[in-house]
Write a protein that binds this ligand. Structure first.
Ligand SMILES: N[C@H](CCC[C@H](N)C(=O)O)C(=O)O
Length: 258
């Protein structure tokens, strides 16, 4: 095997990027994806992304979590837009297809603005607990003292609870720093660990904060860096014009040889 790859990170959520313009990439098994994403025996990443041509779009991105499962990845989408620009698929604007459908995006330097799909349904499970799907499913808990919180053990317990164990969910723990400023840590389905940031999770947390009174844009601190989420909350409660905004950076290039 001799496959060129690029490594990108978006606020510390990191991805192996492959360009399938020639249509000659092999179909990777879950085991191969897991191996490539392994932090010791592989390249090391939270996920793997294939960018390829798609009629009617600038490109299509196929996202795999490190366990080989698929979903929408907000940070991965932002990185795919930067990668597509570098590969010559786009200039500053993108119209691409992802797991949950079409997305628009535009690039300003290292910052990528990603349009997320509207969110029509939000579920408040308890006073400080929500479930919101922003292209991938998110359970959101508002907590205090998040820096010392047992994110992995508590996140794993929720993700494998009877409520979610079939399809799974991502679990976001959120601390309010100010009315429209959050600190978010995320246990990610499909990585089955805490990641340094989760784009769809940060988006879901910001919408949950909006239900509790936050206004757009919400600034979100993650362990891997800062993101912001802007949105319009319609009178009927639907969230539209949702944008996930933050850096996406190439870290290195390499060749997969096994
Ligand atoms: N683990 C998520 C997909 C990646 C989400 C995250 N990396 C993001 O930036 O949105 C899931 O299986 O639903």
């Amino acid at each position: 095997m001799h496959i060129p790859f690029h490594k990108y990170q978006g606020t510390g959520n990191d991805f192996i990027m492959l360009d399938n313009r020639q249509g000659n990439l092999p179909a990777f098994s879950a085991q191969q994806i897991s191996q490539l994403c392994h932090r010791r025996f592989g390249i090391g990443a939270d996920g793997l992304i294939i960018v390829q041509p798609k009629a009617g779009y600038d490109f299509e991105m196929i996202y795999y979590n490190s366990d080989g499962s698929q979903s929408l990845c907000g940070n991965g989408s932002r990185c795919a837009v930067r990668f597509a620009q570098e590969q010559g698929y786009i200039q500053e604007k993108a119209h691409f297809l992802a797991y949950d459908g079409p997305h628009e995006a535009h690039i300003q330097g290292e910052i990528v603005h990603l349009a997320m799909a509207d969110v029509a349904e939000t579920r408040q499970l308890e006073a400080d607990t929500f479930f919101i799907n922003t292209g991938s499913p998110h359970h959101i808990c508002f907590v205090n003292a998040l820096h010392d919180y047992e994110v992995v053990s508590k996140g794993r317990a929720i993700r494998y609870s009877d409520t979610y164990k079939m399809a799974g969910t991502n679990v976001n723990f959120v601390e309010k720093k100010a009315p429209s400023s959050l600190f978010v840590r995320t246990y990610e389905r499909g990585v089955e660990n805490e990641t340094l940031s989760c784009g769809t999770g940060v988006t879901a947390a910001s919408l949950a904060a909006a239900i509790q009174g936050a206004s757009s844009p919400v600034v979100v601190e993650t362990l891997g860096g800062k993101l912001s989420v802007s949105f319009v909350r319609q009178p009927n409660g639907r969230f539209t014009d949702i944008w996930l905004i933050g850096p996406a950076v190439k870290v290195f290039e390499g060749i997969i040889t096994q």
